[in-house]
Write a protein of this length. Structure first.
Length: 457
């Protein structure tokens, strides 16, 4: 007779490695399982939309936090701490008990069997799947861009820019040459490029000139390279003109009409043959889906995005949805936060509809407008009102609207409070006259280790 204490345990259900059955179900029959891959704007919106639904939800993300990407440039330029713009994904369970968070990476999907495989070779079955993995930096095959340019699409990338910014400044301060400073080239004249260029110019003027007397003022340059003839091409013409004038007033040079042919270790070469010296190249020119999306058995368009219908169900795969930047909808929505949030919310409502036997609904995107900040008391904003009217704002009013919208869009009260404090001390009166940036991780200066003594026999 087998000793119960030494009996071979029964194999667990596939999902039990993460305690999904125990955490999200009771003694009754398991609830329908919704798996959401990606904890960005779209993924979090889908999860929240299913808060009170009779389902068990598994949120899978390779990071343990959600990143508020519209403020990453503030981290890159020393205005905010990295924790100010990130939210602990497991914190969602404080208000949502039907959620289980898994820190892993999707590598394969079997849609016939309705299951996915993670990087640790564990399979998770699903009744409904939501793919909201977002996108990554697109270098457009530019020679040297991947090796020498600094993208800014994740928290770690923003911190890397900040670290290299201060490493270069300290190196320049030790140089005997008065013209040795920091030449920053920002590739891309969209909202991100304009915002990071404006923040760098303001950091230079208000914070670094008095802190680095060793560096000649003209030796810290900020330049924006844009293939098109104007910056902020998605904005109204008068807003583009104002933004360009404001950047120039703050000492930012604009190189318009020529793209980047190559990125070198210390330079950016343009398509018209111009070679611009660059100690730091920030790449904000475009995005595209992660390469691994091609191995998930999902239909993709020419740019690699997942093709979905008007209800955001993946073409040919009922019950499988895609939302956010990774999804290519018939409406061809812009890859911004609001389309991702509204798409994620619709996915949650449509999953409820499928569970209740109702037809799914199409996405009716409400364009609330867009905005970009150039610096203290300088921003541009287009706010769309009901009835098709739009309000266009500039200067301090637009800046206040930008501040309010971004603070309220953050997840969690701690993030809102700390971010507000950081932005007030950077831009508010009278703090802006003596700003102290959040310094990057500059290597410590250490004396050389003494050589070990060698006894002479």
């Amino acid at each position: 007779m087998t000793d119960p204490a030494h009996a071979t345990p029964e194999p667990e259900a596939p999902d039990d490695e993460y305690g999904l059955e125990r955490a999200l179900t009771g003694p009754s029959e398991p609830l329908p399982h919704v798996v959401v891959v990606g904890g960005g704007f779209a993924g979090m919106a889908a999860v929240k939309a299913l808060r009170d639904a009779p389902v068990r939800i598994t949120l899978i993300d390779r990071r343990v936090y959600n990143t508020f990407q519209p403020l990453l440039y503030q981290v890159a330029t020393g205005g905010l701490n990295p924790g100010d713009v990130t939210y602990f994904l497991r914190g969602l369970r404080l208000k949502q008990k039907n959620l289980h968070v898994v820190h892993e990476h999707l590598v394969e999907a079997d849609h016939e069997a309705k299951k996915i495989r993670l990087l640790n070779d564990h399979w998770i079955s699903y009744d409904h799947l939501v793919v909201a993995t977002g996108v990554t930096t697109n270098f457009f095959g530019t020679p040297g861009a991947k090796e020498f340019a600094f993208p800014m699409y994740s928290r770690s990338q923003a911190m890397r820019i900040r670290d290299n910014l201060f490493i270069r400044l300290e190196r320049a301060a030790k140089s005997k040459r008065t013209d040795d400073g920091l030449r920053v080239v920002v590739v891309g004249g969209g909202a991100t490029g304009v915002e990071v260029a404006g923040a760098l110019a303001e950091l230079r003027t208000a914070g670094l000139r008095p802190a680095y007397p060793e560096i000649h003022g003209d030796a810290f340059e900020v330049k924006v390279v844009q293939r098109g003839g104007e910056i902020l091409k998605s904005f109204a013409p008068q807003l583009r003109t104002y933004a360009a004038q404001e950047l120039k007033r703050r000492g930012v040079s604009l190189h318009l009409g020529a793209g980047v042919a190559a990125v070198e270790k210390d330079a950016v070469v343009l398509t018209d043959g111009t070679r611009i010296h660059a100690d730091l190249t920030v790449w904000s020119a475009g995005v595209h889906p992660h390469e691994e999306v091609g191995g998930w058995g999902l239909p993709q368009d020419d740019s690699g995005r997942i093709r979905v219908g008007e209800d955001l169900q993946v073409e040919g795969l009922p019950g499988v949805f895609a939302a956010g930047d990774v999804a290519a909808s018939p409406a061809d929505l812009p890859q911004l936060a609001q389309p991702a949030i509204q798409g994620g919310e619709l996915v949650g409502r449509n999953i409820r509809a499928l569970l209740e036997g109702r037809p799914t609904a199409a996405l009716r995107y409400v364009d609330k407008g867009t905005m970009a900040v150039i610096g203290r008391r300088a921003a541009v904003a287009e706010i769309n009102l009901p009835g098709g009217r739009a309000i266009r704002l500039t200067r301090g009013v637009a800046w206040l609207v930008w501040l309010f919208v971004h603070i309220m869009s953050l997840v969690g009260p701690r993030n809102r409070v700390t971010t507000l404090a950081g932005l007030v001390t950077r831009y508010g009166f009278p703090f802006h006259r003596r700003p102290v940036p959040i310094v990057g991780d500059v290597p410590t200066v250490r004396p050389p280790k003494p050589r070990p003594r060698q006894d002479v026999g």
